[in-house]
Design a protein around this ligand. Structure first.
Ligand SMILES: Cc1ncc(COP(=O)(O)O)c(C=O)c1O
Length: 403
């Protein structure tokens, strides 16, 4: 470890001047005048909630990913709930997912009274390992919920082959993957259902918001029913019984995404290609910088995946540093770099430990990934100068603590 004062740049955590004067967030949305105009138009229209903007946004996302149907939901989380319902999950069923995700992925299984089963991840890209999924399939398994972690396409061919063989539904959590390609095909038209999230840290923002894409007519029907209290309004029934007629066929929720948010989403979709280009440019610059710094492992993208780069989780060879991940994280924060960590593996959350009996060591690759990574700022509006500040901070901190 360098002694404080031997470097002309004293770390901010040791009392030096931070690389930046204000905190650079790890992610943030980009709102342009055309987005504001689109929302204002809705505010002046007849519809605030379900109006023409919902279908317009759904069409826009469906066409972009090449899926037949898209169903808008009030958030990515409620969309996952809808997908778990549409897949028919219920008590006694199991669904296999990754521990290396946000808890919402596994929670949707629990919402339906089913049991989440985890399979560990691959050590390179931290995506669920299809061989380990295969080992977890039982007669109770009904669904697989893979996640395109950080935006890297998961091994869809292998997962869909397993699903086919065992009659399972694949609900792909593509919260990180709007614009991701797998073997030159966009994620969203490959799995039985794919979820996208439009939370402000994602590739497009609607405030809260989510969507499920599918090519299956029956799944589309169930998804629409679930987001609207379990109600269907069939035009023949309406004609027969009077225009007031509707029927609640199942227990559903109010998970509708309002016109206001949908108008914002459609407006944002126009800039998605350039947002993806910016994220790929940022990833490339990070790779170049960090490949040259000892002790760092930049995220790995497999040849079959073209990542949408939602996150940039940088791994540290901690045995080569004089301090742990926590101290490195704190030193970067002190430099005003809004670093984060994605994710605390789901099975280690108290709820999952207590309810399902998971323990430390259950999923070693996910735990090793979690323990060694720090997520760096990554958002499409980030400037080269802001990124240079992140690189400088990482350089300063790792140089200081390198053993
Ligand atoms: C992998 C993953 N799944 C699900 C979600 C939930 O999406 P939302 O925040 O839109 O509810 C997130 C949100 O960050 C996520 O990262």
């Amino acid at each position: 470890m360098r002694k404080a004062g031997t470097d002309d740049k004293v770390l901010a955590i040791n009392g030096g001047t931070p690389v930046r004067s204000g905190l650079l967030p790890y992610a943030r949305q980009q709102i342009e005048e055309e987005d504001i105009a689109a929302v204002v138009d809705v505010l002046r229209s007849d519809y605030l909630t379900t109006g023409p903007k919902v279908e317009e946004f759904e069409r826009c996302v469906a066409e972009y990913v090449g899926a037949e149907f898209a169903v808008a939901y009030s958030s990515g989380t409620s969309a996952l709930h809808g997908a778990a319902y549409a897949a028919g999950l219920g008590p006694g069923d199991e669904a296999i997912t990754t521990p290396m995700t946000f808890c919402a992925t596994a929670n949707c299984v629990v919402y339906m009274g089913a049991t989440p089963v985890f399979a560990d991840v691959c050590s390179d890209n931290l995506n669920i390992d299809p061989d380990l999924i295969a080992a977890k399939i039982t007669p109770k398994t009904k669904a697989i919920l893979p996640v395109d972690y950080a935006g890297h396409a998961v091994a869809l061919d292998e997962i869909l082959e397993l699903a086919d063989k065992h009659g399972l539904v694949v609900i792909e959590d593509g919260a990180h993957a709007l614009g991701t390609e797998y073997k030159s095909r966009k994620v969203g038209a490959i799995s039985h259902m794919t979820m996208f999230s439009f939370h402000p840290v994602k590739h497009i923002a609607t405030g809260e918001g989510g969507m499920i894409t599918t090519n299956d007519t029956e799944l589309d029907r169930r998804l629409r029913r679930f987001r609207n209290h379990g109600i269907e309004r069939d035009s023949h029934q309406r004609q027969a019984a009077g225009d007031w007629h509707y029927e609640m066929l199942d227990l559903g929720y109010n998970y509708r995404l309002p016109d206001i948010n949908c108008a914002l989403g459609t407006s944002q979709m126009a800039r998605l290609p350039q947002n993806l280009e910016s994220r790929r440019h940022i990833a490339q610059r990070y790779h170049q910088a960090f490949s040259a710094m000892p002790g760092l492992i930049p995220p790995i993208e497999r040849p079959e995946s073209l990542s949408a780069w939602h996150l940039y989780p940088l791994r540290f060879q901690l045995e080569r540093f004089s301090v742990g991940r926590k101290e490195l994280f704190q030193a970067l924060r002190a430099e005003n770099i809004g670093v984060n960590v994605h994710y605390i593996p789901v099975h280690l959350h108290p709820y999952y430990r207590e309810r399902f009996g998971f323990q430390d060591g259950d999923f070693p690759e996910a735990e090793a990934g979690y323990e060694s990574l720090i997520t760096l700022p990554m958002f499409h509006a980030m400037t080269d100068q802001e990124q240079d500040e992140v690189i400088e901070a990482v350089n300063r901190v790792t140089d200081y603590y390198f053993d």
